[in-house]
Every structure is written in C-alpha cells, then in structure tokens.
Ligand binder design. Structure first.
Ligand code: MN
Ligand code: MN
Length: 324
C-alpha cells in the first residue's frame, strides 16, 4: 500500500521563477525518461517479479521515483506559476497556461501526453534490469542538461540531488543483474546459432567526406570474432553467393516447440469454426450475379455463376460466399 507523507524527499527552493525552464522541467515529469515513467516501470516490473529479493529492490526504487516525481512537479509548478497571470510567461507553455491554469500536468516539454508506451516491461527479470540500467543513464543525462541550462541556485541543488539518486539506482540495478550470475550474452533459453553469432559483417565500408572511416576494434576483432566483408557486396560478385552462416541451431526444447505448434493449430481450427458459423446460410450470389449482369452489356443467364464470381472479387465478402 502507498502512504503519502506531507514532506518532500528534498526541500525545494526557487529564488527566481523561470517559466521557460519550468517547461523544460516537464521532460522529467511527464516525459519518456521522466520520473513517472521510472516509477511505473519499476513498480509494474516489481508486481510481475517472482524473485523475492529483486522484487523488493524494484518496489523500493519504484516508490522512491514517485517521491522524485513529487519534487520535479513541485519545482516545475514554482517555475510555471507566473503563467497564471503574466502573458509573456504564459507564452512559455500555452498548454499549461491556458488548459492547465499554470498547474503542471502529465505532458512532456512539447505538450505530448505521457503514455505507457514509454515503459519497458518484458517479464524477463535480467532483460528488465538491463532496461532499468539504461533508463537511469538517460534520466541522469537529462538532469545534467537541465542543470547546465539552469540559472537558479535552489533549483540546481534539487536537480543535483535527483541526478545523484539516478546513479545510485543505476549502481543497484547493475549489481542486482550481476548477482543473478547469468553469462553476459545469455538471454532467454534458446541458444543462438553457433557459427552465426560470432560473425561481424562489415556492412558500412569506405571513407566519407567528413572523416568517416572503416575501422576495427574489440567489437569486431580478436577473441572469437569472425570478420566478414559485407555480404551484400559479396552477393553481387561471382563465386559463393554469401558468407553468412545460415545453418540452423539444434532445437533445444522439442517438446516445448511441439506444444506451441499444437496451440497454434488449435487456434486456427477454432478461428475457422467461428468463421463458418458467421457465414450466412444463403450466400449473396443473387446480388452479385445481378450486379455483374447490370454492368455487363450482354445479359448472362443466372447459371453462369463462375463468370459472375470474378466480378464479385472486388467485394471482400464475395469469393468466400460464392464458394459456400
Ligand atoms: Mn528518479
Ligand atoms: Mn532512478
């Protein structure tokens, strides 16, 4: 359960309200990398989590993010307050000024409504933790940019606090992932194809007018890397068509795959049954036939169903009814 305490996690002070800066702050309120997105992402991941230790971590941080949302909202509201009565201030964010009466709402700095599409929730704990580490990195960099564009000392203090907490969270999520003891590139249960997984395709080649180069590094050389010249270029040349390793990997879980196929088949059969039920008992052949004869210069006898069917093809219901 949630409990609200009438006290901010970090006391906020704004000496000089700046409505334009208040608008920028909304990025961390209702934006893609903002505090509501963080709070919802971790809390919902926590709801789904079956690992009791990491579930606790997700709920702890998810809840702290709600406290961050409260700080950012308070800060933004203080900066946007002049939009209530000052025309020039209102121009900084007409949506807030005219529709919101100077109060904040869940929009980003461009007035786009907050959306659950911002959330990354896969139901695979290690994959979710990676998303969270990346989310904290994004939140950190957005706070840093806000600090760089901020002139108000009190606001800077609050932003420095929030920025620091994101690094704390990043550290916690990283260690939570590490302590799961999964090899770095092991995601899910189906193994990648052995020969293909180590192939690096040199798909961007040549040197550009702005100093772009064709280069090598640990991301494509050394270790078990197999550096492969662009398969697209090789395909255009005589000789072996392509260097891409395409043999398929051994099926890991045949029973699981079988069950999946059975499920799919059951769905298809069910859908077909529903479709058959939905079809009218008397096909609409008569109307199709009369339509075809009305557009034809030479009237056809009613029996020439096969020719009139083709003119019914334009109607999406035509062919299936004709077959019935
Ligand atoms: Mn936060
Ligand atoms: Mn965070």
């Amino acid at each position: 359960m949630y409990h609200h305490v009438k006290k901010l996690m970090f006391t906020v002070r704004v000496d000089e309200p700046d409505p334009r800066f208040g608008n920028m702050l909304l990025e961390q309120f209702g934006g893609a990398n903002g505090e509501l997105a963080a709070a919802m992402q971790y809390s919902i991941q926590g709801l789904n989590c079956e690992d009791p230790d990491r579930k606790d971590l997700l709920m702890d941080i998810g809840t702290e993010e709600l406290s961050h949302l409260e700080i950012v909202g308070t800060l933004a509201r203080m900066h946007l307050k002049p939009a209530k009565f000052d025309r020039q201030a209102a121009e900084a964010d007409p949506l807030i000024a005219i529709a919101g009466g100077g109060g904040v709402n869940l929009f980003n700095s461009q007035g786009n409504a907050w959306t659950a599409d911002y959330l990354k929730i896969t139901g695979e704990l290690d994959v979710d933790l990676r998303s969270n580490i990346a989310a904290e990195a994004r939140a950190k960099i957005v706070y840093e940019r806000l600090i760089n564009f901020c002139d108000d000392a009190g606001t800077k203090d609050a932003l420095q606090f929030l920025m620091t907490r994101e690094i704390t969270h990043m550290k916690a999520f990283s260690l939570a992932l590490e302590s799961m003891g999964k090899p770095a590139f092991s995601i899910g249960r189906v193994a990648p194809t052995p020969g293909l997984v180590n192939q690096f395709f040199n798909d961007s080649t040549g040197s550009g007018d702005h100093g772009e180069i064709d280069t090598r590094g640990p991301w494509n050389e050394g270790g078990d890397w197999v550096f492969t010249e662009s398969p697209a270029i090789q395909a255009g040349e005589p000789g072996p068509a392509t260097a891409i390793v395409t043999e398929s990997s051994a099926p890991v879980d045949e029973a699981g795959l079988g069950n999946l196929l059975l499920d799919e088949l059951r769905d298809i059969l069910h859908a077909e049954k529903q479709l058959t039920k939905a079809l009218p008992k008397q096909p609409v052949l008569t109307s199709c036939a009369s339509y075809s004869s009305s557009i034809s210069a030479r009237p056809r006898p009613r029996s020439s169903v096969s020719t009139s069917v083709s003119s019914c093809l334009a109607s999406p219901r035509g062919p299936s009814h004709a077959r019935a």
